[in-house]
Structure formats: C-alpha cells, structure tokens
Design a protein around this ligand. Structure first.
Ligand code: PEP
Length: 249
C-alpha cells in the first residue's frame, strides 16, 4: 500500500450540452463507486453551476482552466475567485491542449496554480512530452522543466494532483504501456524528492492520463507509482467511468 488515495478525473473538454450533461450527471449519480477513490469531473465553464447543482456530492467538480491571477480587465477570462464563488473546489492547469493549442507557457501554468492554491482550490496539473520530444529522448528533460516552473511557484503541494499525460497518446485510443508510464511516474517522484521533500514526493498523487479505458486501467493501476487516472473520452459513459474509478490496484 502506498498510502495515496486513488484518484480519478474526468475531463469533458469543450463538449456537451445542457441535455447531454444532464444525462451524464444522472448516470454518475446512479453509478456505484468504491469508497477509496476521489472522483472529480471537469465540465466547460458554462455548465459548472448546472453540474455543481445537480451532481451527487460524492463527486467533486473542477473547472478546466482559470485566469492566472486576480480578476479584472481580462476579457474572456474566468478568475479562480469566481470559481470559488460558484462552489467549484478544483481546477485543471497545464492540460496539453492548452499548452500546445493555446500556447500556455510553463510560467503561466505555474502562476495560475499558485494563485488558485492560495484561494484554497485544489489543482490537477498536467505535464507531459510530445511525440517529437519522446523520439528525441527528451521526455524527462521536458517534464523536469515543467516541474521546475511549478516548484518555483508552488509551496503547498497538499492541494495538488499531478497528471502525467503523454501528449502523443491523448485521444488516440492507444495508451502508454504500463511499464512506460511507470518509468515516467517514478522519474517524476524521484525528481520531486530531490527538489521538494521526501514527504511531498511520497504523498503526491501522480495520475496517468491518455487513452485510458476500462480494458487498460487495471494493468496501469497495478503500477506502484500510478495513483489514478485522468480520462477524456472514457468520461462520457457513466458505466465506463465507474469501471475505471474502481480499477483494481
Ligand atoms: C485528456 O484529454 O486529458 C485525456 C486523457 O483524453 P483521452 O482519455 O481521451 O485520451
């Protein structure tokens, strides 16, 4: 036993409508989840209050992003203060789609995490390498640089869940092998031990994300340093999502 509670996040991305989200919330409210897993779902901003108001309290709600500091003249942004105001407890930062499509830098990601944590929000922070970087043997370098930015700004790691998401495997249907994922998770944990503390490193939940399904989750979950999952596609089916939540550790 690792002492780290299993964690599952469901990333709904820029998908859904009032109706499809109502249907999914009904499925999640009826699903059977093991007690020993924390569960968080991440709707689009405009559906946050719908989900907070209709989803069982068994499951927490995260925003998929937030502005990097206090609100103000930042048209189109949503502040962490506003998330707190509408009852959201978690926020995602550094998702590959935001880093690579929206151009978010390591520094911006770290700033928004630090600000969100200062308001009491929990954060799911995603790190990971592209295919090009993996092929150049830069996986660890890229991830350690992402972590370096985070550790330079974040003092309190108790509110963090770190998601390792190999960019090349997101949405492809082909997850990383359990051994490949474990190797990176262990490298992250060792880096954290050296650069934060033994305590932070051993208690930090490092979850795997990218093409996880009910057929791949059990082998991944058995790896010592995989403490849960972040799922996209598989988050849209209540039964599939529950099967992943109840992965055999
Ligand atoms: C994601 O976008 O974080 C993700 C894990 O997506 P998928 O499960 O669809 O690969």
């Amino acid at each position: 036993p690792t002492g780290r509670k299993f964690f599952l996040g469901g990333n709904w991305k820029c998908n859904g409508s009032k109706d499809s989200i109502k249907k999914l919330v009904d499925e999640l409210n009826a699903a059977d989840f093991d007690d020993d897993v924390d569960i968080v779902v991440c709707p689009s901003y405009v559906y946050l209050t719908q989900v907070v108001g209709s989803l069982t309290k068994r499951i927490d709600v995260a925003a998929q992003n937030c502005w990097r500091g206090e609100g103000g003249a930042f048209t189109g942004e949503i502040s962490a203060d506003q998330l707190v105001d509408v009852g959201v407890k978690w926020v995602v930062a550094g998702h590959a789609e935001r880093r690579h499509i929206l151009g978010e830098t390591n520094t911006v990601v770290a700033l928004k995490c630090a600000y969100a944590i200062s308001l009491g929000l929990n954060v799911i922070i995603a790190v990971g390498e592209t295919l090009f970087e993996r092929e150049q043997n830069l996986t660890n370098d890229v991830i350690f640089e992402q972590l370096q930015s985070l550790t330079s700004k974040i003092a309190d790691w108790t509110k963090v869940v770190l998601a390792y998401e190999p960019v090349w495997a997101i949405g492809t249907g082909k997850a990383c092998s359990p051994e490949e994922a474990q190797e990176v998770h262990l490298a992250i944990r060792e880096w954290m031990k050296k650069n934060t503390s033994e305590e932070v490193s051993s208690s930090l939940r490092i979850i795997y994300g990218a093409s996880v399904s009910s057929s791949t989750c059990n082998d991944l979950a058995k790896q010592h340093d995989i403490d849960g999952f972040f799922v996209g596609g598989a988050a849209w089916d209540g039964k599939e999502f529950a099967a992943i939540a109840n992965s055999v550790k």
